[in-house]
Structures are given as structure tokens and as C-alpha cells.
Design a binder for this molecule. Structure first.
Ligand code: PMP
Length: 468
């Protein structure tokens, strides 16, 4: 591995244990004074295609694209490395008001995949891109509506980021605990999940999608439509439990936004750039958004880049206006001036096109769903299988009738068993907070039939062992 010796790597592990503060991690497991109970932090050393190798040289197939739905084109892409290398040697950074060659060319390419959208604003993370969207909405409210139409609606179970304002739009209370107070002006609307509609008072058997969208209208009417500037939604809810929308939902959401002059902000941080088998998740549902944000798959993690994309109508509201000298988007992101991001993103998009990865995503996504449905015949613990493209979840329950969520430790045991056997999968939340009972799968868009079968075979073996 990379010319590093076992010795070098044990130093790396020690350095990591001593000094790195890992995301989402309880560190006592790495620091237990009882050495027999101490766990080493996992270091991923190398990757190629769908596979990664850890500090012990152990090979894993990565069914979660870098853990968090990111490495859409797989690891070890030389053409992206070359594009970034060439670009940063020529011009790595110039921030503020100026543009760059890859910035312009990637924006042109991106817009060619997003009919109806015209403007790309660069930032670095999903949270940041969402905050740009929120600021655009707020500024429009000030400019056009005397500050009144400033509220931003977000949905229960959706997630939009880790900064305080993006957490203020966070529908997963368990993630927000202990970080308040939050930013005012964010208002929650009910979630929409066919599988668990029985938990929502009044949810009908038929036409649930339209009913769920109408719940949003009720919130708008309660708040006053003249106070609501935008509705921010994930096209398929990711961390909240891989929640796919029911029929009729999006059509009605779009109608409601139009009726009350509310901007529709679609958070494509996970779904964007191929994950669902379309360039963007919203394109599966015929939605016409006003603002679209994206991050993870934009450059597949080869560089940090996120984008907030708008229609020309939104952009137009920030044009020169002598009555308002403050009427331009007074926002900056220092590293929005890094050229590595758009250089990597442009090459990433070319790879998806040249290798026809959207088509592959649809075929392999169907295979993964079919494999998991076949497992559900064998394992009553699988209550629901849902997905769009290579974005798939399998919700575990203790009882199919009551849909009681599987306790987290047992779900964790399935994940750990797969991990131990060289298949990295994840688990995420369901519609009731704090229960990570949905196994989640988001392999790179290059996955082959053999890869998919290897992943679901490991899940089958793990379920067999855990629920024997
Ligand atoms: N939106 C969604 C839907 C996400 O899943 C995430 C990250 N998991 C974010 C926004 C925030 O992105 P980041 O972590 O890059 O800030």
C-alpha cells in the first residue's frame, strides 16, 4: 500500500488516536485504558474503483461511496487527478469577485443538465450551499416584501447541514439536541413517508402523497402565506431514512408553491449528479425548482465543492437597481475561488457521460432493490425496501404488522458483521427520531452486477448470523 510500512501505519494510527477529533464519534472507544477493550480508529489508506483498503491492508467493497454518499465515480480516477493537477499548477486560487476557466466551463456544463436553471454560485459544503440559498431567500424578502416573506419551511426528517442556520432547517431533532438556540424564521412541515403513514393522524389509505403535500399548505396558511419565502426539501430524504416520495406528492407541492408565490429550494446534496439515475433527483418527479443546492457527488470527493444554482428569475432580482444600492448578493466564500473544485467537477461529469453511468445506475439500482426484496422473502426483519437509482434503503423492524423499529444495537450488529466481512454499508434514521434502523446502500455509480450481488450476499449472511 503506497510504499508505507506497517510501522509507518502504526505511527499514523497513534497520531490519529492522539490528535484527530473524528466526525460523529465517541472517542472513548479509541482511548480505553484497558487495552483489551481499546479499538483502533479505522484509517482508509487507499482506494480503487469500488474498493478501499484499511491500515491492516484489508480490502473492503464500499457500498456507501466514501461513507456518506459521495464518491459517485469511484476511487483512483486518474483523469480527475490530472485535471486538478494541471489546473492548480496553472492557477489554483483567486477569490472574491473574479472568475476562473474551470469555474466558467463547469457552470456551463452543469447548466446544460438543468433545463430551467441558469446561474451557479460556488461554495464548499452542502451546508454552505444551503445557507446561500437561505440568504438569497432572505434578501429577496427584504428587497421585495419589506422583510415579511422571510420564513423558510423545511420538512420533518430532512437534513440540510451542520451549521447553526442549516440545522435550524433540520428535521432530525436527535441531531439538533444540545446545539440550540437556533436561527428564527425556520418552520417545520410534516414528513411524508408512505411506509409509516399510519403514524400520522388522519393519513388516508389512498392518495397519501396529495394528502401529505396538503399538510404543507396547512402550515403555510397557519403561518400566513405572506410570511413564507421558500420551501426547502430533499427530493429523496437521505439521512432521515432513504425516504422516497409517494405518487402525487411532488405535483401537489409544486402547485402549492406556485399558488402562494413560494420559492422551491431543492436540496440535492445527496441526490445530485447521478445518484438516483437522473442527473438530479428532482428531475425524476417533473419538479421545476427555483433554487437547487448540491455538494457530495459534484466532484465525487476529489475536491471540496458545492453549488447553489438558481433560475434566471431569481438571479434577476439581484440586478442593478439604482433605488437600492445594496441590491447585489453580498456574500462571499473564500474557497469558492479554488479552481480544484470545478476542475474536478467538470471531469467528474464527463466521466458520468462517457461511461453512461446514469443508465448503469438505473440498472444496478433495480438489481439492488430486487436482491433486497428477495432477502425480504427470507428475513421478516426487512420491513420495507425503497430506493431510487443507487440510493437504496432496507428498513428493519421487529414485526411487520406493527412496524416496530428494530433496536439500534441489532441493526448495528448487521452493519458491523458486513463491515467485518469486507462490505462497508451504513444505517440511518427512520421517521421516528433516534432509531437508525434503515440499512443504507449507495455504491458508486460504476457498480457491476457482481458488486451488487456481493453486497447483498453479505447482508444476507449478516442477517442470518444476527437473527439466527
Ligand atoms: N443536505 C443533505 C441532504 C445532506 O445529506 C447533507 C450532508 N449529509 C448536507 C446537506 C450537508 O452537507 P455538508 O456535510 O457537506 O455540509
Amino acid at each position: 500500500m503506497d510504499g508505507m510500512t506497517t510501522n509507518d501505519l502504526s505511527h499514523v494510527v497513534d497520531a490519529d488516536r492522539a490528535h484527530v477529533w473524528h466526525h460523529l464519534s465517541q472517542h472513548t472507544q479509541y482511548m480505553n485504558e484497558d487495552l483489551s477493550a481499546q479499538v483502533d480508529p479505522r484509517i482508509i489508506v487507499e482506494g480503487k474503483g469500488m474498493r478501499v483498503w484499511d491500515q491492516h491492508g484489508k480490502e473492503h467493497i464500499d457500498a456507501v461511496s466514501g461513507g456518506v454518499w459521495t464518491v459517485n465515480v469511484g476511487y483512483g480516477r486518474e483523469s480527475i487527478a490530472n485535471a486538478v493537477r494541471d489546473q492548480i499548477l496553472k492557477m489554483n486560487f483567486f477569490g472574491g469577485t473574479v472568475g476562473s476557466i474551470p469555474g466558467a466551463l463547469f457552470a456551463e456544463k452543469l447548466i446544460s443538465k438543468m433545463p430551467g436553471m441558469t446561474r451557479v454560485y460556488y461554495a464548499n459544503s452542502g451546508s454552505e450551499a444551503n445557507e446561500k440559498g437561505f440568504k438569497i431567500v432572505r434578501q429577496i424578502a427584504h428587497k421585495r416584501y419589506g422583510g415579511k416573506k422571510h420564513k423558510i419551511l423545511y420538512r420533518d426528517r430532512d437534513y440540510h447541514g451542520s451549521t447553526i442556520a442549516s440545522m435550524s432547517a433540520g428535521g432530525q431533532d436527535e441531531r439538533n439536541a444540545q446545539y440550540g438556540p437556533f436561527t428564527p424564521g425556520f418552520v417545520r412541515v410534516p414528513h411524508c413517508m408512505e411506509y409509516r403513514k399510519h403514524e400520522q393522524a388522519g393519513a388516508p389509505d389512498e392518495n397519501y402523497g396529495v394528502w401529505a403535500a396538503n399538510q404543507i399548505e396547512e402550515v403555510i396558511l397557519r403561518e400566513g402565506a405572506d410570511t413564507v419565502g421558500a420551501l426547502c426539501l430533499e427530493p429523496v430524504t437521505a439521512g432521515g431514512g432513504v425516504i422516497t416520495p409517494p405518487e402525487g406528492y411532488w405535483e401537489r407541492v409544486q402547485e402549492i408553491c406556485k399558488k402562494y408565490d413560494i420559492l422551491l429550494h431543492i436540496d440535492e446534496v445527496v441526490c445530485g449528479v447521478g445518484r438516483t439515475g437522473a442527473w438530479f433527483g428532482y428531475q425524476n418527479y417533473g419538479i421545476k425548482p427555483d433554487i437547487v443546492t448540491m455538494a457530495k457527488g459534484v466532484a465525487s470527493g476529489y475536491a471540496a465543492i458545492s453549488c447553489c444554482v438558481t433560475t434566471e428569475a431569481v438571479f434577476d432580482m439581484f440586478k442593478d437597481d439604482s433605488s437600492d444600492p445594496l441590491n447585489y448578493f453580498r456574500d462571499i466564500s473564500t474557497f469558492g475561488g479554488c479552481t480544484a473544485g470545478p476542475a474536478a467537477a467538470l471531469e467528474n461529469m464527463k466521466i458520468i457521460e462517457n461511461e453512461d453511468l446514469l443508465a448503469n445506475t438505473l440498472v444496478m439500482g433495480d438489481r439492488m432493490v430486487a436482491n433486497l426484496q428477495a432477502l425480504a422473502e427470507k428475513f421478516p426483519q426487512i420491513g420495507d425496501v425503497r430506493g431510487k437509482g443507487l440510493f437504496v434503503g432496507a428498513e428493519l423492524v421487529t414485526d411487520r404488522t406493527t412496524k416496530e423499529p428494530m433496536p439500534e444495537n441489532l441493526v448495528g450488529a448487521v452493519v458491523a458483521d458486513c463491515n467485518k466481512n469486507g462490505v462497508i454499508i451504513g444505517a440511518t434514521n427512520r421517521s421516528v427520531p433516534g432509531k437508525n434502523n434503515t440499512l443504507c446502500f449507495s455504491p458508486a455509480l460504476i457498480a457491476t452486477a457482481d458488486d451488487i450481488d456481493e453486497i447483498t450476499d453479505a447482508v444476507s449472511a449478516a442477517l442470518g448470523r444476527v437473527f439466527a
